[in-house]
Design a protein around this ligand. Structure first.
Ligand SMILES: CC(C)(COP(=O)(O)OP(=O)(O)OC[C@H]1O[C@@H](n2cnc3c(N)ncnc32)[C@H](O)[C@@H]1OP(=O)(O)O)[C@@H](O)C(=O)NCCC(=O)NCCSC(=O)C[C@H](O)C(=O)O
Length: 354
């Protein structure tokens, strides 16, 4: 009788069997396709606190009832970063489990917030664009519009448009124009002479710093001291806790033969960590949205995520009189000072006068 566990026999068996595939390749996506994602999760207090704790998002309004009430919440709500990461995590099995790198995202909005723990999330995506990669023949580029909804009421809680590099089943010939264009770029830096740091983290501090910058060749730009070194929890555990099955985060065997050569941090962990550093130096009131997010290079176990902030504008037009609206550009960078993420963020920031 054949012993299927004999190593030689088993190796032969592996060579002959088919693999029951998970996920989709580039060729499986067509513009206009709508995908209802089967996985769903309940946004629990544990999941919320685990995400916020590990990414250094320690704003008391998301942890303590008295602080939550003082900010106009009924109770500590689900953090927008966890909501965003969970919305994306649920989509991975259908959209990017094959190993597509998360390149960027824009128009991240939270029409149904605040969201409280106990809410069940149901997510759907629509393919909005498919494109050939001119520099990487084994990948295509796909963008989806995703909506995370309250499964009970259908209310949209989080929506965004995301772009990934997705493996092709069949590589295509490319003209390499992407790489050539990059080489032609003029990389002479054009930085201002002066860099201003706001005195504090209230709305008025950002307004004053921008006014000062206006009067000279200056930018309001500064770095945050905190860093977070990536470990097994941030790289593998946090994405899996959002049902993110992308092999990039938990399958070292497959990833050793990929562009990154190793498992990498989930983009939403990198971003949320950098945002956590930035928020620790401001008095946030509400998150409004995020645009033009890009992931520039990989973050892996042992890398440290730091944050840099540039203040772009401040307007006195927030939803509450207790706050003003500030738009930031945040750049996450690693221990070698290389940018790993960038994006603009609009948030309502508390006024000092209240
Ligand atoms: C992935 C990279 C190694 C690719 O590097 P490189 O080959 O140098 O190319 P580019 O970075 O220039 O980009 C490749 C093509 O993609 C287009 N691109 C890039 N960004 C965007 C964007 N925001 N929107 C649309 N298109 C974009 C470029 O124009 C290029 O096109 P072409 O010239 O035609 O080929 C490198 O980008 C890299 O290392 N990035 C970091 C990736 C990363 O770490 N992401 C987060 C972790 S992965 C993850 O979180 C997965 C997640 O769980 C999920 O499932 O989504």
């Amino acid at each position: 009788m054949t012993d299927w566990t004999d190593p030689d026999t088993f190796a032969q068996a592996l060579e002959h069997v088919e693999t029951k595939e998970k996920g989709n390749c580039f060729e499986d996506f067509e513009e206009g396709d709508v995908i209802e994602h089967d996985p769903g999760l309940t946004l629990t207090q544990f999941g919320n606190e685990q995400w916020m704790g590990q990414t250094l998002n320690h704003d008391p309004a998301y942890w303590r009832s008295d602080a939550a009430e003082a900010r106009g919440f009924e109770e500590p709500p689900v953090h927008p970063d966890y909501l965003t990461a969970a919305t994306l995590g649920i989509t991975v099995e259908d959209l990017s489990e094959k190993g597509g790198y998360f390149l960027g995202r824009t128009d991240v909005r939270f029409p149904g917030t605040p969201v409280y723990t106990g809410t069940e999330l149901h997510v759907e995506s629509e393919v909005v664009n498919t494109a050939t990669s001119s520099s990487r023949p084994e990948y295509g580029i796909v963008s989806w519009r995703t909506r995370g909804k309250d499964a009970e009421t259908g209310e949209v809680l989080c929506s965004y448009e995301r772009t990934n590099m997705i493996p092709r089943r069949d590589p295509v010939a490319t003209d390499g124009s992407g790489a050539a264009a990059a080489e032609e770029e003029d990389d002479k830096p054009d930085l201002p002479e002066v860099f201003i740091t706001p005195d504090g983290g209230y709305f008025e501090d950002f307004v004053a710093a921008l006014e000062e910058a206006d009067s000279e060749n200056a930018a309001v730009a500064y770095r945050h001291e905190r860093g977070r070194t990536q470990d097994d929890v941030t790289v593998a555990q946090l994405p899996l806790s959002t049902l993110n099955t992308a092999k990039q985060h938990h399958n070292v065997d497959v990833m050793s033969d990929s562009p990154s050569g190793d498992i990498v941090t989930y983009g939403d962990v990198t971003r949320s960590t950098a945002l956590g550093h930035a928020r620790s130096d401001e008095q946030t009131w509400r998150e409004v949205g995020f645009d033009d997010e890009s992931f520039h290079t990989f973050v892996a176990v042992g890398d440290t995520v730091y944050a840099f902030t540039r203040v772009l504008s401040a307007e006195d037009d927030a939803s509450s009189e207790q706050a003003g609206t500030v738009t930031f550009e945040h750049i996450a960078f690693n221990q070698d000072d290389e940018p790993v993420y960038s994006g603009t963020r609009t948030a309502e920031i508390q006024k000092r006068s209240n």
